[in-house]
Design a protein around this ligand. Structure first.
Ligand SMILES: Nc1ncnc2c1ncn2[C@@H]1O[C@H](COP(=O)(O)OP(=O)(O)OP(=O)(O)O)[C@@H](O)[C@H]1O
Ligand SMILES: [Mg+2]
Length: 258
């Protein structure tokens, strides 16, 4: 992994105001190493989704610089995959069509229909939802829709992957299983990733760096290095002393920032 100052995703002096004129987030300065994962936690309304929307190119106005390897992140070569907070699936298309359409639109590969179908099956299998291929999103549970949205995000092989609380509203066991599936997929296709969660433990388990967004928008986010836990075998993390220590560190920062 390269760590030079310009590599990966660089967010410099990002400020966003919606039409009200109130800041939507505390100014963000952040580097996500290329092929790295940074997790973001913060109270409701602290601007986590706004930060992802800015990087995704969905905001008409913002101040500051959003760079990938030194060039604008919105350069057309940089494909950005977003898993929005509400999953963003097309309700009138089946699960497999949702994934196939995303692959076609992003033109990551000019593949034959057969090849695309094969890849769709591969990604469904990788998220443990092969049996849902012909279902429609609104007939699925929230957790199943989340799996489809993640399969779709990986299927387009994005340069940058943005996930907005992708495992919210899941029971603890399902959530742990999905964290593992997500990491397995990510290790095979390590997109440069920003992952929003409201769960401290999830932030520590999945991020090599953890950002704590402040409640006060005059304040800045805190950045906590987490390489020690990140570098461990995933199944060993939760029971490790380093994980326990990091939980204490981050809870203390949260008390200061929230
Ligand atoms: N389209 C919009 N127009 C005006 N204000 C907005 C808009 N979207 C978000 N905001 C405001 O910007 C701030 C940040 O919102 P954002 O949705 O980014 O927070 P969040 O951290 O993702 O919250 P949550 O944890 O509830 O998802 C909030 O004060 C919110 O009210
Ligand atoms: Mg949000």
């Amino acid at each position: 992994m390269s760590n030079s100052a310009n590599s990966g995703l660089n967010i410099r002096k990002l400020r966003v105001e919606y039409s009200s004129g109130q800041p939507a987030l505390g100014e963000v300065n952040l580097q996500v190493p290329e092929h790295g994962i940074v997790t973001i936690i913060g109270p409701s309304g602290s601007g986590k989704s706004t930060l992802l929307r800015a990087v995704a190119g969905l905001l008409p106005r913002y101040e500051g610089d959003l760079l990938f390897n030194g060039a604008s992140v919105h350069h057309k070569e940089t494909l950005i995959g977003l898993v929005p907070q509400n999953y963003g699936l097309l309700p009138w298309k089946t699960v497999q069509a949702n994934i196939a359409i995303a692959m076609r639109i992003t033109r990551r590969s000019e593949k034959s229909r057969q090849e695309r179908d094969r890849l769709v099956r591969h990604w469904l299998k990788s998220m443990g939802i092969s049996d849902l291929a012909d279902r429609y999103p609104l007939s699925l549970s929230g957790g199943q829709q989340q799996r489809v949205a993640i399969a779709r995000a990986f299927a387009v092989l994005p340069t940058i992957m943005l996930l907005d609380e992708p495992f919210s509203a899941l029971d603890a066991i399902t959530r742990e299983a999905l964290q593992q599936l997500f990491l397995d997929n990510w290790l095979e296709h390590p997109a440069t990733t920003l992952f929003v969660t409201h769960d401290v433990e999830e932030a520590i388990l999945l991020g090599q760096r953890v950002i704590v967004m402040p409640a006060d928008k005059q304040d800045h986010p805190a950045i906590i290095e987490n390489e020690t836990v990140f570098g461990m075998k995933h199944e060993d993390k939760r029971s490790s002393a380093a994980f326990f220590e990091q939980t204490k560190v981050i809870r203390k920062v949260m008390q200061e920032k929230w």
